[in-house]
Ligand binder design. Structure first.
Ligand SMILES: CC(C)(COP(=O)(O)OP(=O)(O)OC[C@H]1O[C@@H](n2cnc3c(N)ncnc32)[C@H](O)[C@@H]1OP(=O)(O)O)[C@@H](O)C(=O)NCCC(=O)NCCS
Length: 154
């Protein structure tokens, strides 16, 4: 678009009433090159924005042994374009509980509960060099080969 001047641009905090316009931008950008994504409907995109705007929900589980936590899984509900997924930020079993099949069982139970709560995926970061990479692969997780995790500290 011609004639956008620097002075008329400003950054403000996102407000829910901006959702319809932003959802249209999303649709226009991601259904075209180079993404060419198929998006279910404009309503699905608006729902995705509304879920983000409603704020993140903490989701956590503990694996109890004799009533005491022997491990935990913590993260939050993260909207994605086809629903809500569990962003699993930390999964850890106490050392004496590792490599005995308990982690696999814990994840299966977590997955069943997430399904009951209406979530439809799990997303996480891990290192290819960590033992947990094999663990997650065994549970059916697929690496997103082309994605890279990026961050900056300030
Ligand atoms: C990763 C973790 C949750 C896995 O739970 P677990 O109960 O130890 O795993 P399971 O016994 O269910 O293992 C299932 C499979 O995962 C793989 N695996 C799990 N831990 C592994 C390890 N330390 N080294 C190699 N493979 C491993 C194996 O393929 C294993 O199958 P096998 O025992 O038939 O070989 C647990 O070991 C843990 O808390 N580790 C420390 C913290 C950590 O790495 N967290 C994840 C960071 S993203």
């Amino acid at each position: 678009m011609a004639g956008v001047s620097e002075e008329e641009l400003r950054t403000v905090r996102f407000e829910p009433e901006m959702i319809p316009v932003c959802a249209r931008i999303y649709l226009d950008v991601y259904t075209n090159e180079p993404w060419n994504e198929t998006v279910e409907s404009a309503e699905a995109v608006e729902r995705f924005f509304r879920r983000h705007a409603a704020g993140g929900e903490f989701i956590g589980y503990a694996l109890l042994s004799g009533g005491r936590p022997a491990g935990f899984a913590i993260g939050f509900a993260k909207p994605w374009i086809r629903g809500v997924e569990f962003y699993l930020d930390e999964l850890c079993l106490a050392r004496e509980f590792q490599r005995r099949g308990f982690g696999s069982r814990f994840m299966a139970e977590i997955r069943a509960d997430l399904k009951k709560r209406g979530l439809n995926g799990i997303l996480l970061n891990t290192s290819r060099r960590c033992p947990s990479f094999r663990f997650y692969r065994k549970l059916g997780f697929e690496p997103f080969e082309k994605l890279v995790v990026m961050g900056v500290e300030f």
